[in-house]
Write a protein that binds this ligand. Structure first.
Ligand code: DC
Length: 233
């Protein structure tokens, strides 16, 4: 069967990573969470007091950053290693969430991350989720999904996720953070969040994780079958 690139883009907390992870598992593909890369860079900048508005400081700092996804058998997922340290949990922290959109809007940061993402997709057989994967990173991807969900559903989902780790968090804080990230991600100058013209929109507001997986898997299998048949003729 032909291997393809599947991109899943959309606003924050639409469930992109959940879908991408499960889809990759079903197809025996590699799952890559591009947001984890922007989060890891943000963590590095925060820890090392790098001013991301200072272009020279950013360029220098990026030279000291190495990022790698490594598979963890226990969680059955790829986890982010920043300079050989597992930061998968740390990058989900609210402090990182509050700053990541600003960092991800910096041109040098995007060029750095996008170059690595493209390299990771070289061999095909990947599912990558993010904001600009179908538009900028892999504009020729064979299957592009644009995931959406009602804003109140997204806030609720994100709140539940964060509350498990931090019971002091309020729903208003989560709502404000999501609104801020959506705004910055959609309005930044370099590769803003956009639906690719050839993307298929999937609204999961009223779908269970199982139902959305079923829909996406059907799309993927059809695409793989069509391309495999075309290649054989
Ligand atoms: O998907 P996420 O919430 O983990 O992403 C964190 C931030 O990274 C998000 O606010 C925007 C940014 N991001 C981006 O600009 N481009 C991507 N391809 C992925 C994420």
């Amino acid at each position: 069967m032909k291997k393809i690139i599947i991109t899943i883009d959309g606003y924050s907390s639409c469930g992109k990573s959940t879908l991408a992870k499960e889809l990759a598992k079903e197809l025996n593909y590699v799952f890559l969470d591009s947001g984890a890369m922007y989060r890891a860079i943000t963590l590095y900048f925060l820890r090392n007091h790098i001013d991301w508005n200072d272009k020279d400081a950013v360029v220098e700092a990026l030279q000291n950053i190495s990022m790698e996804f490594m598979y963890n058998r226990e969680t059955n997922a790829c986890e982010m290693f920043l300079n050989d340290e597992n930061v998968e949990w740390l990058i989900r922290d609210m402090l990182v969430a509050e700053n990541v959109s600003e960092v991800a809007a910096v041109r040098e940061v995007r060029e750095f991350a996008v170059a690595q993402q493209r390299k990771m997709g070289n061999g095909k057989g990947i599912v990558m989720d993010g904001r600009d994967i179908g538009t900028t990173v892999f504009p020729k991807a064979e299957l592009k999904i644009f995931l959406t969900a009602d804003p109140s559903v997204r806030v609720e989902r994100r709140f539940k996720e964060l509350y498990e780790r931090n019971p002091n968090i309020t729903i208003d804080e989560v709502k404000a953070n999501l609104e801020m990230r959506d705004y910055i991600d959609s309005n930044r100058e370099f590769s803003p969040l956009r639906q690719a013209k050839d993307a298929i929109v999937l609204d999961n507001s009223n779908l269970t994780a199982k139902e959305q997986l079923k829909t996406a898997l059907k799309l993927a299998k059809e695409k793989i079958q069509d391309l495999t048949t075309a290649a054989a003729n």
